[in-house]
Design a protein. Structure first.
Length: 332
């Protein structure tokens, strides 16, 4: 059986499941919002096994999952989360809040080790992706890409206005974006990501004297952008003509829904593709979405890789049928 870990709103997972059903591949899906109860773990000379019960909030359904029935695993996104039977100060009559907090922390740490055990054993099956890959570090990836021979943007981390101004004055045009793949999300209140923003004098003037570590990169003019979906040592590359629209010129993720960017299949130069394959093998990432830019001088500049990036829109625009490709991986 194939075990899929995803989230409730990921349509790419839904599309792959359509193909799994077509191929007759037995599977079970766990979402990040699913409530998971650990039944038991056995570690001995003779066997290593675990059993959990998964409660789905969507259809209010329970189903049991045993490692003995799992022979493959697709980590799409999200995380396993055990139901936490934590204590509260009201339940600890003999202790104060600080002790209750320490008890909760101890229980959480123990359950975290259980989660690591489950991930460790799942990655020893035939698998795509890994929860551990979510900890990929953008700065380390840039360093490795540069060492392999890919062109990378000049990058610096600054923590004060003086350093920011120096970098800006030296390069005239630069951008800032998140150091990590993250954002802010409060259900029904606020959501936002760390997209690429062009640095301006006005923005600098608003800055405090010192601030949290912030990433700056020299801005490179683009002929077009590339999104490469990498899977199982193969690159599915597409060109995004974002420069023809002021809304998407700096970052194509500032989508223009009324006039979408033109996206077409693209054949990478063989040397660039080989370097991307080598890079992904070096960081031990089997699947991911890679962003590059092509400059007017035809230099291919590596920007970053997202291990759980969306790919359906690229697949649809370029007829890559990536959902079928992923499902086919589990046919044997």
């Amino acid at each position: 059986m194939l075990l899929i870990l995803s989230d409730d709103t990921d349509n790419s997972t839904n599309h792959v499941i359509d193909w799994l059903n077509y191929f007759g591949i037995n599977h079970i899906r766990i979402n990040g919002s699913s409530k998971i109860i650990l039944n038991d773990i056995v570690v001995s000379d003779e066997e290593v096994s675990w059993n959990i019960t998964v409660h789905e909030n969507i259809n209010n359904d329970d189903h049991s999952v045993s490692s003995k029935n799992i022979n493959s695993f697709w980590y799409r996104r999200g995380e396993l989360s055990l139901t936490k039977p934590l204590t509260t100060p009201a339940q600890v009559s003999y202790a104060n809040f600080r002790i209750a907090k320490e008890v909760n922390s101890c229980v959480f740490d123990n359950q975290l080790d259980v989660i690591h055990f489950l991930y460790y054993n799942l990655r020893h099956t035939k698998s795509i992706g890994s929860w551990y890959q979510n900890d990929t570090v953008k700065l380390i990836n840039l360093q490795i890409a540069g060492q392999i021979g890919l062109s990378i943007p000049l990058t610096t981390i600054v923590t004060n206005k003086e350093s920011l101004q120096d970098f800006f004055q030296k390069h005239k045009k630069c951008i800032t974006k998140g150091i990590k793949y993250n954002g802010i999300y409060l259900k029904d209140v606020l959501s936002g990501g760390c997209n690429t923003v062009l640095i301006t004098d006005e923005l600098i003037n608003k800055m405090e004297t010192t601030f949290a570590p912030s990433l700056l990169q020299k801005y490179y003019d683009k002929l077009f952008e590339l999104r490469v979906f990498y899977f199982d040592n193969k690159c599915y590359s597409s060109a995004i003509f974002s420069q023809q629209d002021e809304q998407t010129k700096i970052d194509f993720r500032n989508y223009n829904d009324e006039h979408p960017n033109r996206i077409v299949p693209y054949q990478l130069p063989l040397d660039v593709e080989k370097k991307l394959v080598k890079f992904m093998n070096e960081i031990n990432m089997q699947s991911g979405s890679i962003d590059l830019i092509v400059t007017p001088e035809l230099d291919y500049v590596f920007l970053e890789v997202n291990p759980v990036g969306q790919y359906s829109w690229i697949s649809a625009s370029c007829n890559f049928q990536l959902d079928k490709v992923i499902a086919s991986y589990f046919k044997n």
